[in-house]
Design a protein around this ligand. Structure first.
Ligand SMILES: [Mg+2]
Length: 267
């Protein structure tokens, strides 16, 4: 299937996952054909996600399970970025983690000891924070006490919500806001709109013109801008057309109903 002229003009396409490639456990309509067409045309592809509910290998498996080709090198996640930051600076230190089992594995993979629910929790050196479905008051209390004692605070992202089959759910931004409100401190985030994930993907893809496609004006378009590449918005996730059209600094190069229509045109 031929690509649209816009997409054909790029060498590399960076794809957000939630709300762009899939919503929950369902590919967005036509996304499988769209990504297959990108590969057939020889485009570099990367999957760039703020989600920390799975580790990188699990995203590769989910992509294959839903019908997409993917390799580990193509997947760039906020969890992976946090693991990198923590391994560089805090290996051997103690951490309180608010996050999914996958995020716990990233923290352990960086060489930190997780001290949640121990007498050491309030004296942890690091607090790692992201949305997860088991978020509760006890871990917020432990993280707050460690933060008040000066722990380094690192978080996934400030996305207020994320799209599910059941509408928008509160995201990591909401959980981080709770910790910041309680502690009076600021969490350093690694995910979009910070440029780190996009830069990591671009490093792996090599030289060429690149486009970031995602559903969030703040996170996806913001990260594209911060990393110095173009951004496009699809309307299958968090941002509606009005929000996307109102975006300036910069404006998206395209606003499309979904990934399929952006990549392959109206069907
Ligand atoms: Mg998204």
């Amino acid at each position: 299937m031929p690509l649209t002229a816009l997409i054909a003009s790029y060498d590399h396409i960076l794809l957000d996952l939630d709300g762009c490639v899939w919503v929950g456990d369902e590919p967005t309509p036509g996304a499988i054909d769209a990504i297959a067409a990108l590969r057939a045309a020889g485009k570099g592809v990367a999957f760039v996600t703020n989600d920390t509910q799975l580790v990188d290998e699990e995203y590769v498996r989910k992509l294959w399970r839903l019908g997409f080709q993917a390799s580990l090198e193509e997947v760039v996640t906020a969890g992976g970025a946090m693991q990198f930051v923590l391994a560089e600076r805090f290996a051997g230190h103690a951490a309180v983690v608010i996050g999914s089992p996958a995020l716990h594995r990233h923290v352990e993979g960086a060489g930190l000891r997780i001290v949640n629910d121990t007498t050491f929790a309030s004296r942890a050196d690091v607090v790692v924070v992201a949305f997860h479905r088991g978020f509760d008051y006890d871990e917020l209390r432990q993280a707050t006490q460690a933060a008040l004692r000066g722990a380094f605070l690192v978080g996934s992202n400030r996305d207020a919500t994320f799209p599910t089959e059941d509408g928008l759910w509160p995201g990591s931004g909401a959980v981080i806001a709770a910790l910041e409100t309680a502690s009076g401190r600021t969490v350093q985030t690694v995910g979009k709109p910070e440029p780190t994930l996009v830069q990591t993907a671009l490093d792996r893809l090599g030289p060429g013109r690149a486009l970031m496609i995602g559903d969030r004006v703040d996170a996806d378009l913001g990260a594209a801008h911060a990393a110095g590449i173009d951004g496009a918005i699809v309307l299958t996730g968090a941002s509606d057309r009005e929000t996307a059209q109102a975006a300036s600094k910069p404006s998206p190069v395209a606003i499309a109903e979904r990934l399929q229509t952006l990549v392959l045109g109206a069907s």
